[in-house]
Design a protein around this ligand. Structure first.
Ligand code: ADP
Length: 305
């Protein structure tokens, strides 16, 4: 384990009463976490600048071409403008995600006090994503109780649900099945380690977990896709900023690699948990669980399809 320790040494002269001579005082201070935070800040800035520089460089190149040899070629102009539009959108996505991440980090230590119903969030998000679902002919199945109230910030939880379902669509082939399940209040053990859904090649990892408070009950959302899945070695890196699985393209609109980092920070702020289970070639199950608003939570039995 790498660690950074600073040593301060100072000579101390003994008083006459203690006998003649010198002693030394040695103070060791562990600066590992300060160093690590500094490096993370530097890495983050370098990564963020790099991500923005790529689309900017391409924009500059196309502008140059439009002024130069594509000046009198309307077909080429049309093509280049459309690529430029995609690059601009990509920068917008990056900046929106960066702002969202910094907002979440800023108030991560303040637990939310409002309430949000996971069922209505899933309904809103699936309605919003309907065009993307239809475009890829994804067969969506939804299994939810009447309500599943969480203690939380509705806008932030909307972002969590949106990121997970959007990923499931982005990383699944056309015509595949996507299943969403919302579960009413349960104890932590039941939500954190449900029976594995995928086959023998599946691995599971907890990406965020609440500090243990026994007796707390949680509502949860499971997003199960039948996409290409994620190899075991990549699971720990999923919620790292800017991490994208090598060679995995999310269609024409490449991702920012910030979505799952945002999910993790929001879940941490809510004192909830975030797990992933995946099997290459079979699919992935992303789950989040959040402290339930107990007094009004509904019974487990009612489900709608
Ligand atoms: P991105 O904007 O790239 O989607 P995320 O942080 O949301 O960023 O996801 C990080 C990476 O994790 C993605 O680039 C992708 O490689 C992988 N990933 C996320 N969700 C899924 C999924 N449902 N199936 C397969 N891979 C996924």
């Amino acid at each position: 384990v790498e660690s950074h320790v600073r040593a301060h040494v100072a000579p101390l002269r003994q008083t006459a009463a203690e006998g003649v001579g010198w002693q030394a005082m040695l103070v060791l201070s562990d600066e590992t976490s300060i160093k690590r935070a500094d490096r993370m800040r530097a890495d983050f800035l370098a990564n963020a600048s790099h991500e923005l520089r790529t689309p900017l460089a391409s924009l500059a190149g196309f502008i140059e071409t439009l002024r130069g040899h594509a000046k009198d070629d309307p077909d080429a102009q049309e093509r280049f403008l459309s690529i430029m539009f995609d690059q601009t959108e990509r920068m917008q996505r990056l900046i929106n995600d960066l702002l969202s991440l910094s907002r979440v980090e800023m108030d991560e230590h303040v637990p939310p006090s409002g309430e949000a119903d996971l069922v209505s969030l899933v309904e809103d998000v699936t309605a919003f994503l309907r065009p993307q679902l239809e475009e890829k002919s994804i067969d969506l199945r939804v299994d939810m109780p009447d309500a599943a109230l969480a203690i939380g910030d509705r806008d932030q939880l909307m972002e969590v649900v949106m990121n997970l379902i959007e990923n499931a669509i982005k990383y699944s082939p056309e015509g595949s099945a996507l299943s969403l399940q919302v579960l009413p209040a349960q104890l932590r053990d039941e939500v954190e380690r449900p029976a594995m859904k995928l086959g023998v090649n599946a691995s599971r990892l907890t990406l965020a977990a609440p500090s243990s408070e026994s007796g707390e009950r949680y509502v949860s959302l499971r997003v199960m896709d039948s996409g290409k899945g994620i190899e075991r070695r990549n699971l720990p890196r999923l919620s790292e900023r800017f991490f994208r699985v090598d060679g995995q393209k999310s269609g024409p609109k490449e991702g920012t690699g910030l979505g799952l980092a945002i999910v993790k920070h929001i879940v941490n702020r809510h004192r909830g948990g975030f797990t992933v289970e995946s099997a290459p070639g079979e699919g992935s199950v992303f789950s989040v669980f959040l402290p339930a608003r107990v007094d009004v939570s509904k019974s487990a039995e009612e489900t709608t399809g």
